[in-house]
Design a protein around this ligand. Structure first.
Ligand code: ATP
Ligand code: MG
Length: 495
């Protein structure tokens, strides 16, 4: 119904097919007008927008895990530094041609956000940032020397840094790092560690893309009271598409950067239960901060699957989001068995000496199911992780809504609004820039932003896996995370 009342922006494809029968000038005029509504940047010149338009009509080359691996193998196999430089130049040149196409797809997807979401201030910021990236990447000269390759790698780094994303990883900051990771801590760590020549202070503001897109949705709903985000799955599909394109880009760029500097790619032999355990310990820290105490996590992994090719940071991120949700549900449903919300004090101090009540322990159970190649040769190796809680479950009527960006039932214990939470995320990320990383991470909100589940599912689906939630209202929730071993999967990683 709403779809009919409020017509979405004219899709680029339609404008272009329209142009086949009409004058080119009219299409471009309409197209430029549509873009200018989205952009506030002085970069949005008709010439640049025309280039975006034509790049968005190209299909990016799809890559598989094998392609990514071939690049790292080739680099390892090269005997002389000249050979290595040649491989790096080849990869950088491939990126130089491919990245603008993918950026153009993101730009067009942002332009086409329906219900006027494309003109929300936060979306405009995201758009301008992508436009800037597009401009610098598409203007980069053909890469045929080691100097140009180095220049391009630096450019990617700066761009990745400015497009910094989602969320927090509290743990192991000094041990784990990755160029493309969704968690901002390791990212900063490695930049600081390896590239002192890049200046951080020059960044005027730090944009976190996914929170900004969600913020843009809230602004859209504010501007137009007819729109209820929870009732617009159509809008959700658009956001999903943008986030999907974003993951592709970051893997592609992150892989090049990571292989270039540390010789290992983004996909690694991943100890699944170790990463889930780490996510559980990170979620526990967050939960203790909010609720004073956290439910115990039982990890039941008898087979201890060791050889599983995956992107470990993504596994951490997905399980961290699922575990935070379960912990919140358990703490809110059993407030008498767990500590009340208090940020300053930890559980034991507050319980007091006189308390004789025996504490009921609520647990989260994590189970692992593996499937090995046995009968059918082509069956990819998979792992399914089940996270089960008794946190009261989700009402049946809300089961569809939980996958919508911006949907949350959380009420912030400190009375902060959604906008304030988003602002906090931005501020803390800024602090991370000023080198107080751990503090900044600890201050990020545990829940209430409303994109934990949709982003987790997006990551899981990206590699042919999935994330499912089954719930019995009044009792508890089971989350199933299905993962594919990337080395066994033949489906393209990057679309
Ligand atoms: N295990 C669970 N038990 C009960 N409700 C759940 C569970 N997991 C998710 N939900 C419901 O789904 C909603 C959406 O979850 P989601 O993780 O996307 O957002 P959030 O946790 O509210 O905020 P954030 O984006 O900060 O994680 C939650 O607000 C909650 O109502
Ligand atoms: Mg959540």
């Amino acid at each position: 119904m709403l779809k009919r009342i409020i017509s979405p922006a004219i899709p680029l494809q339609r404008l272009v097919s329209y142009g086949r029968h009409n004058s080119q000038g009219l299409i471009l005029w309409k197209y430029n007008r549509a873009c200018r509504r989205v952009s506030t940047s002085s970069l949005a010149t008709p010439g640049l927008l025309r280039r975006v338009q034509s790049d968005a009509l190209k299909t990016p080359i799809a890559l598989t895990y094998k392609d990514l691996e071939a690049f790292s193998d080739k680099l390892h196999a090269s005997k002389s530094s000249e050979e290595q430089e040649k491989v790096l130049i080849q990869s950088a040149e491939f990126l130089r041609q491919q990245v603008p196409i993918r950026l153009a797809h993101v730009l067009v997807a942002l332009q086409n956000l329906p219900y006027g979401a494309n003109s929300a201030p936060s979306i405009k910021k995201v758009y301008d940032l992508y436009l800037e990236s597009y401009e610098s990447c598409s203007n980069f000269p053909e890469i045929n020397t080691p100097e140009l390759e180095k220049g391009f790698a630096d450019l990617i780094l700066t761009r990745l840094k400015e497009h910094l994303v989602v969320r927090n990883s509290l743990h192991n900051i000094n041990k784990k790092y990755s160029w493309f990771t969704p968690h901002f801590s390791p990212f900063f760590f490695i930049i600081k560690k390896k590239l002192n020549d890049i200046s951080f202070e020059n960044i005027s503001f730090l944009l976190q893309i996914v929170p900004h897109i969600c913020m843009g949705l809230l602004e859209t709903a504010e501007q137009n009271p007819m729109i209820r985000i929870e009732e617009t799955p159509y809008l959700n599909d658009f956001v999903d598409r943008i986030c999907h394109l974003r993951v592709s880009l970051r893997i592609l760029l992150g892989h090049h950067i990571q292989v270039r500097w540390s010789r290992t790619g983004v996909c690694k032999d991943t100890d699944v239960s170790a990463y889930v355990e780490e996510a559980a310990s990170d979620a526990t820290i967050q939960c203790e901060k909010y609720f004073g105490e956290a439910p115990k996590v039982n990890i039941n992994d008898k087979r201890k699957q060791k050889h599983f090719i995956y992107i470990p940071e993504h596994l951490h991120h997905i399980s961290y989001e699922l575990l935070k949700n379960s912990m919140r549900a358990v703490c809110e449903t059993h407030p008498n068995d767990l500590k009340p919300i208090d940020i300053r004090r930890r559980g034991k101090e507050e319980r007091g000496k006189g308390s004789k009540k025996k504490k009921k322990v609520h647990k989260l159970n994590i189970l692992f199911f593996f499937k090995k190649k046995k009968v059918i040769v082509d069956t990819p190796q998979t792992v399914t992780i089940k996270i089960a809680d008794k946190g009261g479950g989700i009402p049946r009527a809300d089961m569809e809504k939980i996958w919508l960006y911006s949907y949350t039932t959380a009420v912030d214990p400190y009375g902060r609004t959604r906008k304030e939470l988003f602002e906090l995320l931005k501020k803390e990320a800024q602090q991370a820039l000023n080198r107080d990383i751990l503090m900044a991470l600890k201050n990020t909100p545990m829940f209430g932003l409303g994109y934990g589940l949709p982003v987790a599912r997006l990551y899981a689906r990206y590699y042919g896996g999935d994330c499912e939630i089954f719930s019995v209202h009044g009792y508890g929730t089971d989350a199933y995370l299905h993962l594919n071993d990337l080395s066994k999967s033949k489906s393209p990683l990057i679309l």
